[in-house]
Design a protein around this ligand. Sequence first.
Ligand SMILES: C[S@@+](CC[C@H](N)C(=O)[O-])C[C@H]1O[C@@H](n2cnc3c(N)ncnc32)[C@H](O)[C@@H]1O
Length: 509
Amino acid sequence: MTVPGFAWGGGYVTDIAYMPGYYRQQSPLHLNLACLLGGAAGLDLRPGAPLSYLELACGHGFGALALAASNPAWCVTGVDFNPAHIATARALAAEAGVANVRFFEADLATVAEDRLAAEIAPADVVTMHGLWSWVADPVRAGIVRLLAAKVRPGGLVHVSYNALPSWQGALGMQRLLREVGARAVGPSDRRVAEGFEAVRALAEAKAHHLCEPGFVRMLLDHAQTAQPAYLAHEYMNAAWRPCFHADVAAALAEAKLEWVAPVQLLESFPALTMGDEARAVLARFSDPVLRELVKDMCLTRGLRQDVFVRGVRRLTPAERDAALDEVMLALLCREAEFVWEVEAPAGQATLDRRFFGPVVSALAERPRRVGELLELPDLPRRDNPAEIVGMLVGTDQALPVLAPPVDPDGCAVALNRAAARRFVQPDNIGTSMALATSGTGSPLPCPMLDLFVAAQLAQSPVPEPDGWASRFAAGRPETEKERLRLFIERLLAERAPIWRSLGALSTSP
Ligand SMILES: C[S@@+](CC[C@H](N)C(=O)[O-])C[C@H]1O[C@@H](n2cnc3c(N)ncnc32)[C@H](O)[C@@H]1O
């Protein structure tokens, strides 16, 4: 039994829209780092240089728009089969005047053979977030045919998917959710809520397969606060099927794509990923795909993200370090807020202050190249550009940038304003979004509330935390407005200087 909806969905949820979002791992600058850490040549990224970026299943297109507005020389394309998503994406592009982006409504099962395919530019980078393990085999096959036709030699492909074996203990939970939801009445968000109600009741009754796996308990906790649209799109699709990395690699090999590296940068460091004994087993194997299976047996994360390359060019260690030296990094937090304890997959690690202290201080002044950081006085070591990039970007405390920031141009400001107007709601203040920027090529990842405040600040440089809190939390209790006002004041004091220093807000208020 499948959830009733529109026949064109092929079992995928189509009756309610997905939520907007920005995921920094989809940025070509981030994927380039993943490639370099994986020992393969990345992209030829230079300020002002052209690049063709294609996002499959772009949803409302916010990620594609933020990248396009931050990189006027890029040609950005988004594809999704939900016309409501494409209509929003096009409206935002028109409202903000983002001219270097196009959105197409197309089913990925057939687009490679469609007339439309001729309009999709050959791509240097293709990304697909939240698609592969949620769609049926014919869609996956269509994606592979499109990749075979459109990825340029040397091009990068990003794919995220629910990974096995992490999800194996949760197969029963998803099935129960979907079967209950399919028999319920109403839109998919109501159906998934009914499904969760039944799953929780059974979990409280100590059903073995809902109580034993820690992963299931983590999913149930997460679902308590997750947005209904997320839950519907995560759990209510008829063809949802988590995957082993090896099977994704085999499928994409049909498009001449070879696996190069995990996109979560910390996973490129086995010492942070696995204990000593597990690493000794890992060391028995040299085949990269087999090694990833060994790693996946140790990791508990549910979502896996990989980068594949069409025509891998392997780098020697010296070539890799030289390429990493050229990477420019920007610090995303104030120096005092830098977190030294790293939550790595293998447990907690502490960054060495003797090495990273001077590095973080220097980055707090301005973005710098990794090579420049390694020349700072008093560093105990100078041979580890991969460690700088991996630890700072992998913990989300720094961002790769193409060049120093400049004041945001009209397009970046207009997109931030238009996205805030369209997407900000009191119940999504924590949703992952971004501010379009100028100069750096990197949108600035931030929660929805930051987008709202930054957009207000760009319009009326004199802060009005009281009025903004009232507007944002209209109709909510006074205590909530007061909490929000205090939070906005903190954002103005702590985050606004970073928005200004990274090209998201003018430096002259
Ligand atoms: C979970 S959402 C992810 C959206 C976006 N990538 C993100 O992460 O915010 C999955 C998206 O895939 C799209 N989709 C599903 N099946 C598709 C198909 N056959 N062809 C094109 N798009 C599809 C849906 O409309 C939806 O926007």
